[in-house]
Design a protein around this ligand. Structure first.
Ligand SMILES: *Cc1c(COP(=O)(O)O)cnc(C)c1O
Length: 352
């Protein structure tokens, strides 16, 4: 017997990468930052803990103000959420009356939220090389959402192509999920004043070391943001808790630290690409904080399991187009050196 409403009985929930013991595993499976947040974050959170008897500020002022300034937008053009996942959920709940379209190989939550909100969704295959061609979305009605750079492929779509699509379809909402934009590429944020049908989603989880704090945002024209706030205030106005607000505020004051870690990650990513190529791996030109690789001699699942045996966790997506690939988060230099040593051993065993 079940008490669950019939319309939810066939829901397929999101499958997160596992959260393993870091003493035991090198964790390269969920695209978190391998670095702790700046020391000032801990101080700020400890201080905020003194005030946990009080509800959080629904305007999230201590984050919204400096973030709006950093992004060059007005505060009424910004909404903060409990992770960008929550903001994405509002988008799927609220802006999909004419349906929504997204790529076949992309962030798994788009499909999950389509199911949750029972949205009419169209899944559009990426090209053979995993690139995105927005012309494939021209004939569809409704909203379009994609990640740029995309995940798990890491491929970046040049801004000009997005602008052309937005201009061809002024009556359709275009949502660009920029979870990885800090690791390469040009953000669409400066264009929100120009395009009323553009919504840009961002997160503190990947480049800002706060995955566990849950802090994300969307930027768009004030009417779009007001509509998102209607949904937010109808569910949980206190969606960003006191500790997370303090953490987010401190992170924004430690931009130099954030920038330095981003730079390190980019350098390690490019170094790792070279080394993986020398080991015979094929890969996309990832612009995120992760790599998307396959080896001609080893199935993705085999490689995933072999790495797991050696206490290295990566992500394997068991789907037709991605099952030969692994998505490997860019860790610290030491972690990536360990990964490469391990891969070398695994590959030597295959060849012999
Ligand atoms: C990680 C990720 C998110 C979710 O980020 P949170 O802010 O942690 O919820 C959203 N979109 C993409 C493409 C991601 O990779």
């Amino acid at each position: 017997m079940t008490f669950l409403n019939r319309k939810y009985q066939d829901l397929t929930p999101y499958t997160p990468g596992e959260q393993a013991d870091e003493e035991e595993y090198i964790k390269l499976n969920t695209n978190e930052s391998p670095y702790p947040p700046a020391a000032s974050v801990q101080v700020a959170v400890t201080k905020a803990a003194q005030k946990l008897n009080r509800y959080s500020d629904i305007a999230v002022e201590i984050v919204a103000k400096p973030l709006a300034q950093y992004l060059g937008v007005k505060e009424e053009q910004l909404i903060l959420g409990n992770g960008s996942d929550e903001v994405l959920s509002f988008i799927f709940q609220g802006f999909t009356e004419k349906g929504i379209a997204f790529p076949d190989v992309t962030y798994g939550f788009y499909k999950v939220y389509s199911g949750l909100y029972q949205v009419d969704s169209t899944i559009v295959p990426l090209k053979n090389d995993f690139s995105l061609d927005l012309k494939d979305y021209d004939e569809l009605p409704g909203t379009v959402i994609f990640a740029n750079p995309n995940a798990p492929t890491g491929i970046y779509l040049p801004q000009a192509e997005i602008c052309e699509f937005i201009e061809r379809h002024p009556e359709r909402l275009v949502v660009v999920d920029e979870a990885y934009i800090d690791f390469s590429g040009e953000s669409m944020v400066p264009l929100i004043n120009q395009y009323k049908n553009l919504l840009v989603v961002g997160t503190f989880s990947k480049s800002r070391q706060l995955a566990g704090a849950r802090l994300g945002f969307a930027v768009g024209n004030a009417e779009l943001i007001a509509d998102l706030n209607r949904l937010r205030f109808s569910l949980n106005p206190y969606n960003v808790n006191n500790l997370t607000q303090a953490a987010g505020s401190a992170v924004l004051q430690a931009q130099d630290y954030v920038d330095q870690k981003i730079q390190e990650t980019i350098e390690i990513r490019e170094w790792s690409k070279q080394k993986l190529m020398q080991l015979g791996f094929e890969q996309t030109d990832s612009q995120g904080n992760f790599l998307f690789v396959k080896h001609p001699k080893l199935a993705g699942e085999t490689l995933f399991a072999a790495l797991r045996d050696q206490k290295i966790l990566v992500r394997w997506f068991n789907q037709p187009r991605t099952k030969d690939y692994l998505r490997i988060t860019v860790g610290t230099q030491e972690q990536m050196e360990q990964l490469l040593r391990t891969l070398k051993i695994i590959l030597a065993e295959v060849k012999s």
